[in-house]
Write a protein that binds this ligand. Sequence first.
Ligand SMILES: [Zn+2]
Length: 173
Amino acid sequence: MKKIIAYILAAAVVVALVMAGRTTAIAGFDDTELTARQEEVHAAAELLRELGVVEEDPAIKALSAEWWRCESLLKAEYLGEFTVTGYDPYCTHCCGKADGVTASGALVTEGYTVAMCRDYPFGTKIYIEGLGIFEVQDRGVGPGHIDVACSSHSECYALTGHYEVWVIDNETN
Ligand SMILES: [Zn+2]
């Protein structure tokens, strides 16, 4: 019984740590911070393993996913500063059509799909500072510009601005 309580407490701490750390580590986007975070996440996973938690457990899986997220960010290639705007993929004023089908053929995912110029192949994953991870699935903008698929026009206006951008190593995603 003690072991179960210890596990529940540890798992709760771990999940809280993963969720809290996601925001801080990604906002700083700093190699030292990311490496420290990987160690933290690894130590938490080791603690759970010592408590007898199996690899298939959601807490261990979440920690593993977090470790790999940090790893991909550590390997990311800095692209520079981009002008970022948003578009509503179901608005004819924004897109000239309203079917939500991107130039890649994939159905749009708001908050994940972005349009970039042809220098960036479909499937390229990018990190936009403070906004998160996105995938190039659409076209229609020139170099130095990223258009993010949003679920409303107010979201589009809210994110419009200049951001630092990285390409994330696709092999680790
Ligand atoms: Zn529109």
